[in-house]
Design a protein around this ligand. Structure first.
Ligand code: C6P
Length: 405
């Protein structure tokens, strides 16, 4: 048994003892982030970017320092490229509405994949419908891998935008973003990367990846709910019209029109979320203290244990690669003859929290010919004891549902 050095930082495990295996849905928060939220409201709370008094300036400073922290975290060239949003979904919609609707046309092709979360699929369906661009879906094999033939056949010279998840929230596989970026850049197109499941778990460097846009949510990397990030290359953001209009995103307003604020504020309409941004900075600092090496090692080791135990149970099915190291801590599974909702409820009785359903990836469920799956997803606070309790509980499921062994 390897001791987990970080679990003690998460007050939820003292207050509500449980085995938490649903971090792909949302992560637990360490005391450091909870304290930061409290500190903001107790010592800096005012509407930022507006007031000329000290408290408002403190709120503005907290907000803008968080932007710089995010810039460095994903290695963006400029803090003006970091737009704060509510979550990954809003970030992807920002790109679809502001870039997609204005820069794509009939005759262009948008390439995405059948494994996308609905948040990176529906915006592109909307853009295709409104612009006349054609929407093309890449189909992976059952390990989540796209063959060279599939890429060559479907990414033509007409492809002007690729929208892809960096890590699938069902397979856990890591997609070849850099290679796809190179392909679309040859056509002078752009790549939109959904980093919701990658940014909390691995070093994501937007320049090394060649990402033109990157979307992620704070809540999956231990930050407060309600803060997300949309990274965009400056030159693209400069050329794009605002997504939402209203307060704070303007330069000057007249009765017959307006001019827009400089980046990034052009894309941040209305009162922003400085407490969330401040909490996001605390979460990133905490994450950096843990280190991605530890996260990777822990998630891979524990996933390998899950796979090993599952392989002894003939009625279990795992989706995606057979190699646990290709799962980013995510294991989607089914048990013969048992609905995933029943699996989840039975595990809940043992205080083991997993997710069951379509994971907001219904087209992928259809592609896999499975209505729903159960899913266990790990993060840096999970340990061997969590896996023992999870497996113990999984082993009870078929018996409770009235099957023999
Ligand atoms: N996936 C899951 O349990 P939001 O809701 O905006 O924070 O994140 C959306 C999102 C986008 N892309 C991917 C790959 C995702 O996994 C998610 C969120 C959660 O899998 C909730 S459905």
């Amino acid at each position: 048994m390897t001791e987990n050095r970080f679990k003690k930082d998460f007050p939820i495990f003292d207050n509500v003892p449980c085995v938490y295996l649903d971090s792909a849905a949302t992560a637990q928060r360490p005391a450091q982030v909870i304290e930061a939220q409290k500190r903001f409201y107790e010592t800096m709370n005012a509407n930022p970017l507006r007031g000329l008094y000290e408290l408002s300036i403190a709120a503005t400073d907290a907000y803008e320092e968080a932007r710089i922290c995010v810039r460095d975290f994903i290695n963006a060239a400029d803090e003006a490229e970091i737009i704060f949003t509510r979550n990954a979904t809003e970030s992807l919609n920002l790109v679809a509405y502001s870039y997609g609707l204005n820069f794509l046309h009939e005759g262009d092709e948008i390439v995405t994949t059948v494994m996308e979360h609905h948040s990176n699929m529906l915006p592109w369906q909307m853009v295709a419908e409104k612009t006349g661009a054609k929407l093309i879906y890449l189909e992976p094999d059952m390990d989540g891998i796209f063959s060279r033939e599939e890429l060559d056949r479907k990414i033509t010279e007409r492809c002007k935008l690729i929208a892809i998840t960096h890590v699938s929230n069902v397979f856990g596989c890591v997609n070849p973003v850099k290679e796809l970026a190179d392909r679309v850049h040859r056509n002078k197109g752009v790549i939109v990367v959904d980093g919701a499941q990658s940014v909390p778990h691995m070093k994501v460097d937007v320049r090394e990846l060649g990402a033109d846009f990157l979307a992620f949510s704070g809540h999956k990397l231990m930050a407060p709910f309600g803060i997300g990030v949309c990274y965009g290359r400056r030159e693209l953001l400069e050329a794009m019209p605002p997504f939402l209009t209203g307060g704070e995103m303007i330069e000057y307003v007249k009765l017959d029109g307006a001019t827009w604020a400089e980046l990034p504020h052009k894309f941040e309409a209305g009162t922003v979320n400085p407490a969330g941004a401040y909490g996001l900075k605390a979460a990133i600092e905490y994450l950096q203290g843990v280190g991605f090496d530890y996260i990777r090692e822990t998630e891979d080791r524990l996933t390998a244990r899950i796979f090993e135990e599952f392989s002894k149970l003939p009625y279990m099915h795992v989706y995606g690669s057979k190699d646990p190291a290709n799962h980013s801590g995510i294991t989607a599974f089914t048990i013969d003859g048992v609905h995933p909702h029943d699996i989840s409820s039975i595990l809940d009785a043992d205080k083991v929290n997993i997710r069951a359903g379509h994971h907001c990836a219904q087209p992928l469920m259809e592609y896999l010919k499975v209505g729903n799956t159960a899913r266990a997803s790990l993060y840096l606070y999970n340990d061997d004891e969590d896996i023992d309790r999870f497996i113990e509980s999984v082993k009870k499921v078929r018996g409770i549902m009235g099957y023999g062994a």
